[in-house]
Design a protein around this ligand. Structure first.
Ligand SMILES: [Zn+2]
Length: 107
């Protein structure tokens, strides 16, 4: 069964959308499955983790999928990781522009 081992992923580190970056997470629960096709000589495994952010205490799901041809496992988050946050100045800019936009629309 050594062929289906998932390579190590930094255990507690995960991206948090709320905190806006990598944060330590508690792993609350882990489910792991693996499969092997003897005829085609292919194998892979999936690990599902319930994570709790140590910063904002938000809960997310991490799916680590490993296929024997991958160099490293693919990591998916639910909800998906957002790496670009809307800057604070943008919100202010949009508010300032709104009256002009509605004015333009009236023409
Ligand atoms: Zn967080």
């Amino acid at each position: 069964m050594t062929t289906t081992m998932i390579p190590a992923v930094p255990k507690g580190k995960a991206h948090c959308n709320t905190c806006g970056g990598d944060r330590n997470h508690d792993v609350l629960h882990t489910e792991q499955t693996s499969w092997h096709d003897d005829e085609q000589e292919i194998y892979g495994s999936d690990r599902y983790e319930t994570l709790k952010c140590c910063g904002c205490e938000g809960i997310k799901l991490r799916h680590i999928s490993h296929f024997f041809e991958y160099d490293e496992p693919k990591v998916y988050y639910f909800p998906p990781a957002i790496f670009r946050q809307i800057p604070e100045w943008f919100t202010g800019l949009r508010l300032n522009l709104n009256p002009k936009i509605s004015l333009l629309k009236s023409f």
